[in-house]
Structures are given as C-alpha cells and as structure tokens.
Design a protein around this ligand. Sequence first.
Ligand code: SF4
Ligand code: SF4
Length: 57
Amino acid sequence: MPVTINRDTCIGCAACTGVCPVGALSMDGEGKSVCDEGTCIDCGACVATCPVEAITQ
Ligand code: SF4
Ligand code: SF4
C-alpha cells in the first residue's frame, strides 16, 4: 500500500522527497507532496520525516 498524504496538512517543505529511497515522492504544482503509487515500497521513511505528520501508512 502506498502512503497517504494529507494535502491540507502538508506545508510543502519537501523533506519527504529527499528521504524516499525509490524517488516515489515529488512536489506538485500546488506545492504539495504527491506519491507515485506504483513506485512506493511502503518503507515508512517519509512518514517518520514529515514535520507535520501529513503522511500516513
Ligand atoms: S513509504 Fe518509503 S517508498 Fe513510500 S513514499 Fe515514503 S519514503 Fe518513499
Ligand atoms: S515532509 Fe510533510 S509537510 Fe513536507 S512536503 Fe512532505 S508531506 Fe508535505
């Protein structure tokens, strides 16, 4: 299961994109993080990194 990103909570810091080992996360045109569902390996690194707990597994 890919992670779920709460777009209302995300502050656009991009910290999660830097820790994803498979490059599944990117920032969209609205400055919010998005997860490529087919790429995410559910490792949890981004969940632990997000400063506002916007990402859940
Ligand atoms: S759970 Fe792991 S693989 Fe999936 S988006 Fe987060 S850091 Fe990347
Ligand atoms: S680490 Fe959290 S707040 Fe920062 S871009 Fe990722 S989801 Fe948004």
